[in-house]
Design a protein around this ligand. Structure first.
Ligand SMILES: [Zn+2]
Length: 343
């Protein structure tokens, strides 16, 4: 069993969103699942600090940081129909960004072989100048930029298997070849971006890859996407660090989406991410939490993730999965993505 660094903090519960799918109950479900798991023995807590303004502005315009701070200082407000800032949210969000960054730092310093940040609010929809989709600051993007600016990492592979497209992460790195952004997501679905022909621009052309899946895709389809698209892209890119935006809302019982991953399916995705890190960068793999709105699926998904990082296997299905026959044919989609990227 390998140890796994973990960052978690009760402060993440203080982003009070009320009757909202992205609420503090999500982390409570994760903590409860971890507490009753075997894999918890692998975890080593990591001390951390909140992200500084300087770190936040690696990914965001100063005006965005100032605006979120100001809204919180004034007692909070909804910034769009989905996304709320409360009086505590600025402080919570800078801790989330700091936690993701600490997970990256721990693996880059060799303190832990792998590390996981259990955070909220999530980050991958936050663009350079806008909070949206439950996200205030882009935790994964900030962590990747710290890897680059503080540790000299020139090629980070950022794998995003949240069921939604991480438009914010894509925007931040669209012209930047130092971060390869790979997303597999349901389409159409919020936020509407992430089509096959979105591949980056300028120096970043070719270092964004999107696999927009139709609904009802299960473990076999995700496995094919990772085997036939992600693995060859990673071999070509030769990452020095693998960072994962791990959302568990492609779970078959998630209320916000319509894909069909099981917990065993998530375990496989994490196993592939780990294998990519082992093949190319000495196993350096950091994971930060994005979405996941079925509490049982989220808790079991995170436990399965920790187990894979630890070299264990613990992928118990908290709810018996349904009959998954009748999946869509995505052969044409995979061929189109491979062709678009010259694979
Ligand atoms: Zn999501």
């Amino acid at each position: 069993m390998q140890t796994v660094g973990i960052v978690d903090d009760p402060i993440f519960d203080s982003h009070h969103t009320g009757q909202h799918p992205e609420n503090a109950g999500r982390l409570a479900a994760i903590r409860m699942a971890i507490a009753s798991s075997h894999s918890r023995r692998a975890l080593v807590p990591l001390a951390y600090r909140p992200a500084t303004d300087e770190e936040l502005t690696l990914a965001h315009r100063p005006q965005h940081v100032a605006r979120i701070r100001q809204i919180a200082d004034r007692g909070g407000a909804w910034v769009d129909g989905d996304t709320i800032v409360t009086d505590a949210s600025f402080d919570v969000a800078i801790h989330a960004a700091g936690a993701a960054s600490r997970a990256v730092e721990a693996v880059l310093r060799g303190e832990q072989p792998t590390a996981l940040a259990i955070v909220r609010p999530p980050g991958h929809h936050a663009t350079p100048d806008r909070a949206m989709g439950f996200c205030l600051f882009n935790n994964a993007a900030i962590a990747a930029l710290i890897a680059r600016h503080r540790f000299g990492i020139e090629r980070t592979l950022l794998i995003d298997f949240d069921v939604h497209h991480g438009n914010g992460t894509q925007d931040i790195f669209y012209q930047d070849p130092a971060v390869f952004y790979f997303s597999v997501h349901q389409w159409p679905l919020f936020p509407g971006t992430g089509q096959v022909d979105e591949i980056g621009e300028g120096a970043g052309r070719g270092t964004t890859a999107n696999v927009p899946l139709p609904p009802n895709c299960g473990d076999d389809i995700y496995r094919a996407v990772f085997d036939e698209v992600l693995i060859p892209l990673a071999r070509r890119y030769q990452p020095q660090l693998v960072l994962v935006s791990a959302g568990y809302d492609a779970y078959w019982a998630d209320p916000l989406a319509n894909e069909r991953l099981t917990i065993g399916g998530f375990a496989h995705l994490v196993r592939v991410c780990r294998a990519i890190a082992e093949e190319h960068c000495g196993g350096r793999l950091a994971i930060t939490l994005e979405g996941g709105y079925n509490p049982k699926g989220l808790g079991a998904g995170v436990v399965a993730t920790i187990a894979e990082l630890a070299g264990l296997h613990e992928a118990d299905e908290p709810i018996p999965p349904p009959d998954l026959r009748g999946a869509p044919d995505i052969r044409g989609l995979i061929d189109r993505v491979r062709q678009t990227h010259g694979l």
